[in-house]
Design a protein around this ligand. Structure first.
Ligand code: AMP
Length: 435
C-alpha cells in the first residue's frame, strides 16, 4: 500500500515525497481514508507511530478544498490541542512540512514565552492553530482566539492531558467549539476515563488502533553495560570518543544529574546541553534546535523534558541511569528507531539499578544483551534473567538482541528509512514564538 492509493491530492503527495516517506505507517493507512471521509476518529497510537501525519495529512487535504478567504481576517478552521510545548512545535512543523505546497497557514501557541509574537501572528490570520491548553485559554479570554469557525478539532495525547492535570482546561476549550465539527481523538492508552472523555467529544467515531508499544521497537538495537556508578562517566566518554556517534540523547534521572553530566562531558571535549524542568522554555527550545542542527553532540535530558520530543534520525539513546519505572525505558528508547528506522539504545546499569533492569525486562519480555569485556566491567556482571513465567522473546521479536556486537556501532542511522526533515521555509507563514 502506498500514499497514492489513499486518495491524496498531488500537492500533498509531493510534500510527502519531499519528506522521503515511501510507505504509510499502519496508523496512517487506517486513519487517512476515514478522516478524508469526514468521520470522527478514536485512535489508539503513541508518538513514534507516525500519528501526526495520520491526522495532519488528511486535515490539510480537507481544509484545502476551500480556499482561505482573501479578504478580511481568516478564521481559524482547525485546532490541535496537545499537552506539551515540544509536541506543539513538532506538530506545527509537520503541518508546515506536509502543507508546504498548499496556501494554508499554521501557527503554534504555548505558554512560558511572550504572548506578543503569538497575538501578532493571530492578527495576520491562521487556518490551523496548534496549542497547549493554558495559553489557548488565556488567548481566548483576551479575545485573540475565536473558535466558532473550527471545522476540525484534534485532541492529541489525551492520556497525557489527563496525567498532566489539563482535563478541566480541555473541557473549557471543548465547550467553545461549534457543535458541527469533525473531531479526532488520539491517545496512547484507552483507560476508562479516556474513553469517558472521548465520548464527550466524538460523534459516531471510527476506531483505529496500532499495537501499543508495550514491547520495545523491533528496529532498536539494545544493549546493557554493567558498570560501577563511579565509572559511568568514563565509560560514556570512551564510547562517545571511540566511535562515530554523531549525536546522542542521554537520559538521567535527575535535573542535577543532567547538569553535572553536561559539565563533565564538556571537560572531556564533548559539547552538550541539558534539558529539564528547571530550564526556561526558551532554553529548552534552543537546546533542542542546536541538537537537531548538530551544533552540539549530546542532549542530556530528564524524562519529563524529553516527552514526545522528535529528533530526525536520532540513532543513539543512552540510559545513563536506568529509569525506576519500566514503561519509561520504552518511552526513552522509542525516541530512536522511529517509524521503522533503526537505532541503538545503550543502557548503563550499576549494582543499585539491577532491580530496575529486572523490571524493564519483565515489561518488555526481552533479555537485554550484556556487553562483556569492556574497560570498566565490574566483577559478577552476569545477565539479569527475565523473570518467569513470561518467556524471553528476544530471538523473534528483537533482532537487535541477537547481535550484541560492539555496542556503540549503530546498526543503522535511519538512512534506510528517511525521516522527516524539518523545514522552516514553507508557502504560508509560521510563527515560532520564543525563538
Ligand atoms: P510521530 O509518531 O508522528 O511523532 O512520527 C514519528 C516519526 O516518524 C517522525 O519523525 C515522522 O517524520 C516519521 N514518519 C511519519 N510517517 C512516516 C512514514 N510514512 N515513513 C517514514 N517516516 C515517517
Amino acid at each position: 500500500m502506498n500514499f497514492e492509493s489513499l486518495g491524496l491530492t498531488e500537492p500533498i503527495l509531493k510534500a510527502i515525497r519531499t519528506e522521503g516517506y515511501t510507505t504509510p505507517t499502519p496508523i496512517q493507512l487506517q486513519s487517512i481514508p476515514k478522516v478524508l471521509q469526514g468521520k470522527d476518529l478514536m485512535a489508539c497510537a503513541q508518538t513514534g507511530t507516525g500519528k501526526t501525519a495520520a491526522f495532519a495529512v488528511p486535515m490539510l487535504q480537507l481544509l484545502s478544498k476551500n480556499e482561505p478567504s482573501q479578504q478580511g481576517r481568516r478564521p481559524i478552521r482547525a485546532l490541535i490541542l496537545t499537552p506539551t510545548r515540544e509536541l506543539a512545535l513538532q506538530i506545527s512543523e509537520s503541518f508546515s512540512a506536509y502543507g508546504r505546497y498548499l496556501p494554508l497557514r499554521n501557527m503554534v501557541v504555548f505558554g512560558g514565552v511572550g504572548q506578543r509574537p503569538q497575538t501578532d501572528g493571530l492578527k495576520r490570520g491562521v487556518d490551523i492553530l496548534v496549542a497547549t491548553p493554558g495559553r489557548l485559554l488565556d488567548l481566548m479570554q483576551q479575545g485573540h482566539v475565536h473558535l466558532q469557525n473550527i471545522e476540525i478539532f484534534v485532541l492529541d495525547e489525551a492520556d497525557r492531558m489527563l496525567d498532566m492535570g489539563f482535563v478541566h482546561d480541555v473541557k473549557r476549550v471543548i465547550a467553545k467549539l461549534p457543535a458541527r465539527r469533525q473531531s479526532l481523538f488520539f491517545s496512547a492508552t484507552m483507560a476508562p476515563e479516556i474513553i469517558k472523555l472521548s465520548s464527550t467529544i466524538l460523534t459516531n467515531p471510527e476506531h483505529v488502533a496500532v499495537t501499543p508499544q508495550a514491547t520495545t521497537a523491533e528496529t532498536i538495537q539494545q544493549s546493557v553495560y554493567f558498570v560501577n556508578k563511579s565509572d559511568k562517566v568514563r565509560l560514556l566518554v570512551k564510547i562517545l570518543k571511540d566511535t562515530n556517534i554523531k549525536t546522542a540523547l542521554i537520559f538521567t534521572r535527575t535535573k542535577h544529574g543532567a547538569n553535572k553530566l553536561v559539565k563533565v562531558l564538556a571537560n572531556a571535549g564533548i559539547d552538550g546541553e541539558a534539558i529539564h524542568g528547571n530550564k526556561s522554555q526558551q532554553a529548552r527550545v534552543r537546546a533542542l534546535q542546536m541538537f537537531k542542527n548538530q551544533e552540539i553532540r549530546v542532549l542530556v535530558a530528564t524524562d519529563i523534558a524529553a516527552r514526545g520530543i522528535d529528533i530526525d534520525e536520532l540513532a543513539h539513546v543512552f540510559n545513563y541511569e536506568l529509569p525506576n519505572i519500566p514503561e519509561t525505558y520504552v518511552h526513552r528508547i522509542g525516541r530512536t528507531g522511529r517509524a521503522g528506522a533503526s537505532g541503538t539504545a545503550i543502557s548503563f546499569c550499576d549494582s543499585e539499578e539491577r532491580e530496575y533492569l529486572r523490571d524493564i525486562q519483565k515489561l518488555t519480555g526481552i533479555q537485554l544483551p550484556v556487553v562483556k569485556g569492556h574497560d570498566f566491567e565490574p566483577d559478577g556482571s552476569e545477565p539479569v534473567p527475565v523473570p518467569q513465567p513470561k518467556a524471553p522473546r528476544q530471538q523473534q521479536n528483537n533482532r537487535s538482541a541477537q547481535r550484541p556486537k560492539s555496542p556503540a556501532t549503530p546498526s543503522g542511522n535511519g538512512q534506510g528509512n528517511k525521516r522527516r526533515r524539518k523545514t522552516s521555509s514553507w508557502s504560508g507563514h509560521r510563527d515560532q514564538p520564543g525563538r
